[in-house]
Design a protein around this ligand. Structure first.
Ligand code: ADP
Length: 245
């Protein structure tokens, strides 16, 4: 595809000049994604988006430094939708992408954004997080069973780590062999919240041939260690976005 070729930045380069205004429409995106963006009022990319989306669309892994509020969500949700679209995923194909989020609140917000921008696609989406009803154990168990039933035909999962691991360990017919993309959002917070061991167990279940996008506000040693563990390929792009100066 000539258009994709043309718009693919070389490795190790920033796709656009600093502070350049780049439209979503200039990217090689499907009509369904462009329509989802447009109907929600998204027209030009933020810095983290223009820095990482072209590389992610080229199939590269991303290690992104970006704070909350910088527009990270679309920086990974757009490539995620495009990857499954290009692969022709349908609900029969099962899980194609997993996003791990540190908190239920953040997971819920991501899910809402995904529903909005993904509404012209026909993927099945799932929000998988523990303890919806902390005070009512039996309802929580019902939620778990409902999730178990839905998982085999869900394409995109937004999860908190504990709950995803519980399903990987306990849910029959939950097959992640077709996984194309793993996103770790707010990796520093995931680690701060004590999910490291669970993350390592999760990684063990996932196919190693996949694209991984890892975003973190801070680049601590433990985030770098996690990047080493989760990013398998040598095509990783480092995308850093700093406050405007
Ligand atoms: P983060 O994931 O980095 O915390 P969000 O993705 O939640 O940031 O984005 C922060 C805010 O900026 C949200 O209100 C979102 O709707 C808005 N936003 C994100 N990308 C764009 C864009 N390209 N154009 C306009 N607003 C945007």
């Amino acid at each position: 595809n000539a258009r994709i070729q043309e718009e693919t930045p070389s490795r190790g380069t920033l796709p656009y000049a600093k502070n350049a205004v780049v439209s979503f429409a200039s990217q090689p995106l499907s009509q369904a994604t462009l329509q989802g963006l447009e109907t929600n009022g998204y027209t030009t990319m933020t810095a983290i988006q223009s820095g990482s989306i072209p590389h992610a669309l080229a199939g590269r892994d991303i290690l992104g430094a970006a704070k909350t509020g910088s527009g990270k969500s679309l920086a990974f949700l757009i490539p995620l939708l495009e990857t499954l679209y290009r692969q022709g995923f349908t609900p029969h194909d099962g899980v194609g992408a997993i996003v791990l989020s540190p908190t239920r609140e953040l997971a819920g917000q991501l899910f809402a954004v995904l529903r909005k921008i993904g509404k012209f696609h026909s993927f099945s989406l799932g929000l998988v997080m523990g303890g919806q009803n902390k005070n009512k154990q039996k309802f929580d168990n019902n939620d778990f069973v409902r999730e178990q039933q839905a998982l085999p035909t869900t394409n995109i999962l937004i999860c908190t780590p504990g709950r995803l691991l519980q399903h990987l360990e306990q849910t029959p017919y939950f097959n992640v062999d077709s996984l194309q993309m793993l996103v770790l959002d707010e990796a520093d917070r995931i680690l701060d919240m004590g999910f490291r061991d669970q993350l390592i167990k999760i990684l063990d279940y996932l196919p190693t041939e996949r694209q991984t996008l890892l975003f973190s506000a801070t680049q601590t040693k433990s985030v770098k260690d996690l990047a080493t563990l989760s990013i398998n390929r040598n095509t990783v792009e480092y995308v850093g976005v700093h406050d405007q100066d």
